[in-house]
Design a protein. Structure first.
Lengths: 674, 475
């Protein structure tokens, strides 16, 4: 009796086990197939459920805090390097001879750049997510003051006499002039769109400030990005030069003689149907050269080659003898070395027609690029020793500084900054995100169109069944893990699908990510892309009166005439907090004549102020235009009863929306519905 | 006692196991370094591309292997069951050998695959026409050339792909060019020698295309008056090496290197200081090259090592007074090329072609330069239509897939302005762009919306008013 009972239990458990195994396995297969949009992704629960946790114990267990060196400066005697560790919110003091980190100085949030005073006594560090600059006494290695700036301080420059600090406010698109005697902001100029780089000419008279985003213009017009020219002597804007067909002008350097300024840039092909990658049909990279003389020409030369692209040029430095320029390409882990005399020779002999042709010629780089030097992952900021013999490269995703001999053009050493030794899955995902190795001939990477993991402000002609149709406004990737589905038409239910085979067939046109890499990339996108604090429009969570009135409009259920607004036409219905999307598809009557019929995935609205232009095809230059020009039929919310002031209030409120993390709102964990 | 015996037996078994493993690994190591080469007592110098007796069909050729450590003592013929065999190619895992062979003298040439472990061969293709020059693609596929004569090609070799078991065979080239001596680049594209065969014979050039037959374009043009003779093979430092003749030695070859990054303008003759002829080249992992070389016409081609840095020939590795050594490869694992995704959809009947500005030319505009206002689309046997170009010089066509055509520029009075471009074909659902007409291949498009894409494409041939396609989903 006892034995038969045991046998019965064993049989029961076995049958149950088999049922669970087969039905569970089948369910797991169906689930994984749905999530990954493939049929053969390994049934590895950990790759999704472990590495995509956004918080909690498991998140801490599988992730590490890295340093991520971004920019750096060298002391005049070459005995110290000052390295901005962006993820560590610190400035690292490094002895390059001993290859040792001597000090770690805490600064503000997400530090961007560092500059040293001429006497070498102080360093200024811009804190992009704190809206201030840390003043550091280098002798004591302590922050001795904090200077308030505009929003998103990035590039820095000191006036020739050292009395003023120019701070480039990358988010509010200003240049702050700070009087270093008083520590007060003395002036604030408007700059180009999303400025970053700043450099004073050798004669100390002119400050160049480069911009990254192009000026907002209707699709089809030539893209232009502003170079802001400041007269340093009188502290006024002298000129605004719109550089055609270029954007992402990250940094600028002057030759020592001051005859040329060289600016890193991307020449995108967003107006050309994206039908192929071959022959530079998606992106090209190079330098904008501005001759420093009356009626000086603006010349653009590519750094690419016919079958090899050098994506994401970031920093540029020029040796003190003016012979060589070094450019970091963070997308291909490479430094390009340019012979400046060859550039001079080429442009001096060339007609305007020839120069125009060179700006689209992939072979011309062989005339002036003399070497490509490989680096570790994601080379960003560059700094030369004062004698020009050594070049230091901040390898952002390597937590390392590499050292290059500028004569032999060989890497002669590297300095480990002490970050975690292991590369976590999400960190590997970030490396993949920033690397063009998964695009045909390295032509671009995720970061190229999503700089700072955001979006580049351009509208692309994503030719699908036809050319000249399907215009697509690039969407931000910040904190998108909780807001599936993806793409404007919501066709991709998960990040896996978004970045899988479709990504390879339509965009990168080379071998798709293998599943290990796809898992890593997904883990990074889901867990590692935070919103910046919205310090510009919502610094502390307390809304202004106008924003409060706008909030009321956003949440209203009745229009100005007292009529009940149908639930599906209220802002709050589709744009539900905390991400301000209900994750559903909607019909808002903003299809263009050439669009195929489709519903739109309701976009999330946090930090929406930072994502112009608006609507799926970018036709609305401002938030206001969504309704004043393209919402006249009240299909995108009931709006037309509003007064101008009410609409202004609503827009004010929309601009105040910020990530739930800054309001301590607990959000749902990532999951895709199945 | 019993325990002791067990220990001895266990130790003995383990020792045998380790010994077997050791010798097995040594054998494996040797096999990876084996040289596989083709030799023939008779060498064809015919450079015909449109006949099946071209220089790519080597009569009475044998494929052999030898150990480079003891070349004279180790040679072994691998293709004893064949009348002739050549074009050896090693699989990416190093386990298989692909080659072209005739079992009997008058048989058509077929593609075969040999297991390098047991040296047994398996027939891949069973074609009535000659098949030759196979190369491995990723995903268990191969590409090869097949002789055919039809309305599209007239007569010559088209490119085909199929699985390594011969199934799922598909043609991927559709113009009157003959393609031979293919190789697969690490970027996943097929590099092949192409030569126009209709309406008149052109000069051989390296063409590159994706394995689905899309995005065919010029890779390397060659020197004037010269000819290309071998597959272009990549080295591990970003170069490609191959054999090319010039005016001084037409029919025989120089050893040439070009850069992958800029193939059209980086030619270096590595053998300019060496008297004699080269017939084939194979890059080794060490960076050195294996070459077949002869000092003079009265000598036989022998196998040598070549230092591309110093541009000097090493000692002969293998020579035989009765044979020419013609092709060489080395066994062992090597890096698999990228697996390129395909945009081809056989449910679609057409492809789309966009030209950004027909007035962008390779040559600089002269005083007599007149702008084109029209293009004429010319098929193999007839004109397919004339199309007005948009004000910005762009045009946008929807053409029947897998049919060759040329484009000719015409002025407003209908006068032909420039000679037609090379033969183009589009695969089903392919979308192709070109910057201009005979333009510099190093030019990229300017960033502007071509006016022509603001309208629907012009359907070619123009007598067709409407093409009913299957519904293509929006990306």
């Amino acid at each position: 009796m006892k034995a038969s009972r045991i046998i019965s239990v064993i049989v029961f458990l076995s049958v149950l086990g088999l049922i669970i195994y087969f039905t569970g396995g089948k369910w797991a297969r169906t689930h994984v197939n749905y999530i990954t949009a493939t049929g053969d992704h390994p049934l590895n629960c950990l790759s999704c459920h472990l590495y995509t946790q956004k918080s909690g114990f498991i998140y801490k267990l599988v992730n590490k805090k890295y340093l991520s060196p971004f920019n750096l400066a060298v002391s005049k005697d070459g005995s110290r390097l000052y390295v901005v560790a962006q993820e560590d919110n610190s400035l690292l003091v490094v002895d390059p001879q001993k290859r040792k980190v001597l000090n770690r100085i805490s600064v503000g949030n997400l530090p961007h750049s560092v500059i040293l005073t001429n006497d070498g006594q102080k360093a200024y560090v811009s804190n992009q997510w704190s809206d201030n600059v840390s003043v550091i006494d280098l002798a004591s290695a302590k922050v001795i003051d904090t200077l308030n700036t505009g929003n998103g301080p990035a590039g820095l420059s000191l006036s020739a006499d050292g009395k003023f600090l120019y701070v480039v406010d990358s988010y509010s698109s200003n240049i702050s002039v700070i009087d270093l005697n008083t520590g007060e902001e003395r002036k604030r100029f408007n700059s180009g769109n999303n400025p970053t780089g700043a450099e004073l000419s050798p004669d100390g008279k002119t400050l160049y400030v480069t911009s990254r985003r192009a000026l907002i213009a209707p699709y089809g017009e030539t893209i232009e990005t502003e170079l802001t020219v400041v007269d340093e002597g009188i502290q006024r804007i002298r000129d605004r030069r719109n550089i055609e067909s270029a954007y992402m002008m990250e940094n600028v350097a002057f030759t020592p003689t001051g005859d040329m300024a060289m600016i890193t840039m991307i020449r995108p092909k967003n107006l050309v149907p994206s039908i192929q990658v071959e022959q530079g049909w998606m992106m090209t990279y190079g330098l904008t050269i501005i001759e420093q003389k009356e009626n000086g020409r603006v010349i653009q030369l590519l750094l690419d080659e016919p079958n090899a692209y050098y994506s994401d040029p970031f920093d540029i430095v020029i040796t003190p003898d003016g012979k060589k320029a070094f450019i970091s390409h963070s997308g291909v882990n490479t430094i390009s070395v340019v012979n400046i005399d060859s550039v001079r020779s080429l442009i001096s002999k060339s007609s305007p027609e020839q120069l125009n042709s060179y700006s689209n010629n992939l072979g011309i780089s062989s005339r002036y690029v003399i070497k490509r030097i490989k680096t570790g992952a994601d080379p960003k900021g560059l700094a030369l020793s004062s004698d020009g013999r050594l070049l230091y490269v901040a390898e952002q995703l390597e937590d390392r500084i590499s050292v290059i001999n500028t004569e032999s053009l060989e890497t002669v050493g590297s300095i480990k900054l002490g970050g975690p030794r292991i590369v976590t899955v999400a960190r590997q995902g970030r490396r993949l995100f920033n690397n063009s190795g998964h695009t045909f001939q390295n032509q671009f990477d995720c970061y190229t169109c999503h700089p700072d993991m955001h979006e580049d402000g351009l509208v692309y002609n994503m030719a699908s069944k036809d050319m000249g149709r399907n215009l697509t406004n690039t969407q931000s990737l910040r904190d998108i893990g909780d807001t599936p589905p993806y793409k404007w038409n919501g066709k991709n239910q998960t990040v896996y699908k978004q970045d899988g085979m479709r990504f390879s067939t339509v965009l990168t046109r080379t071998e798709q990510f293998n599943y290990k890499d796809l898992d890593a990339l997904t883990a990074y996108i889901i867990t590692g892309i935070p919103y910046p604090p919205n310090l510009q429009y919502n610094p502390n969570g307390e809304l202004t009166e106008s924003q409060l009135r706008g909030k009321a409009m956003f949440e209203r259920t009745k229009d100005s005439y007292g009529n009940v607004i149908p639930e599906n036409n209220r802002c709050i219905t589709c744009h539900t907090p905390p991400y301000y999307t209900n994750l559903k598809m909607a019909y808002v009557k903003t299809l263009a004549v050439t669009d195929d019929s489709m519903l739109f995935d309701t976009p999330h609205l946090n930090n929406i102020y930072a994502s112009p232009p608006y609507l799926h095809d970018g036709r609305a230059a401002t938030l206001e235009e969504i309704w004043t020009k393209y919402g006249t039929e009240d299909r995108h919310g009931r709006i037309n009863d509003m007064t101008k002031n009410q609409l202004n209030d609503l827009v004010d409120y929309l601009k105040s929306l910020r990530a739930p993390t800054y309001d301590n709102i607990v959000t749902k964990k990532f999951h895709a519905k199945n | 006692m019993k325990k002791h015996r067990t220990t001895i037996v266990s130790s003995f078994i383990m020792a045998i196991g380790f010994t077997c493993a050791f010798f097995s690994s040594c054998r494996e190591k040797n096999k990876e370094g084996m040289i596989i080469f083709t030799r023939s007592a008779v060498k064809s110098n015919s450079t015909n591309f449109d006949k099946s007796d071209s220089w790519r069909y080597i009569p009475q050729a044998q494929i052999l292997k030898l150990d480079p450590e003891k070349p004279e003592a180790s040679e072994k013929v691998l293709t004893t069951n064949f009348y002739s065999a050549h074009s050896p190619e090693i699989s990416y895992d190093g386990k298989y050998l692909l080659f072209a062979a005739q079992q009997k003298q008058n048989d058509p040439w077929q593609i075969w695959e040999m297991d390098l472990n047991d040296l047994k061969s398996r027939q891949v293709t069973s074609s009535k026409e000659n098949c030759t020059d196979p190369a491995y693609l990723p995903l268990g596929r191969i590409v090869f050339s097949k002789y055919s004569a039809d309305d599209t090609l007239k007569a010559g070799h088209s490119l085909y792909i199929c699985n390594t078991d011969g199934s799922n065979m598909k043609r991927i080239s559709f113009n009157p060019f003959s393609y031979l001596a293919s190789n697969v680049l690490s970027d996943g594209r097929i590099l092949t020698i192409g030569r126009q065969v209709f309406p008149e014979q052109g000069v051989p050039v390296y063409m590159v295309l994706r394995p689905d037959g899309t995005k065919s374009e010029l890779f390397y043009k060659g020197v004037e008056g010269g000819s290309l003779f071998s597959p272009g093979l990549e080295t591990n430092n970003g170069k490609l090496v191959f054999i090319e003749s010039d005016k001084s030695n037409f029919g025989e070859g120089n050893l040439i290197s070009i850069n992958y990054n800029r193939p059209l303008h980086s030619r270096v003759n590595l053998s300019s200081e060496i008297k004699g002829d080269f017939h084939s080249v194979f890059p080794q992992k060490s960076g050195r090259l294996l070459v077949s070389y002869r000092k003079s016409e009265s000598d036989r081609y022998a196998l040598y090592e070549f230092d591309p840095e110093k541009k000097v020939l090493g000692k002969a590795i293998y020579s035989n007074n009765d044979y020419d050594v013609l092709e060489v490869v080395i066994t062992g694992k090597h890096e698999r090329p990228k697996k390129l995704p395909s945009e081809v959809d056989m449910g679609v009947k057409t492809g789309l072609l966009l030209c950004q500005d027909i007035n962008i030319l390779d040559m600089r505009p002269s005083a007599t330069f007149s702008k084109s206002s029209k293009i004429k689309i010319v098929g193999i046997d007839s004109t397919l239509g004339s199309v007005d170009v948009a004000e910005d010089g762009s045009f946008y066509l929807k053409v029947r897939a897998d049919k060759p055509f040329q484009i000719q520029t015409v002025d407003k009075d209908g006068h032909i302005l420039r000679s037609p471009c090379g033969w183009i074909w589009l695969r089903p659902n392919e979308r192709r762009g070109c910057v201009g007409c005979h333009e510099d291949p190093e030019l990229v498009p300017a960033n502007r919306v071509p006016l022509s894409v603001k309208k629907s494409p012009v359907i070619i041939p123009m007598h067709i008013n409407k093409v009913v396609e299957k519904k293509v989903s929006l990306e």
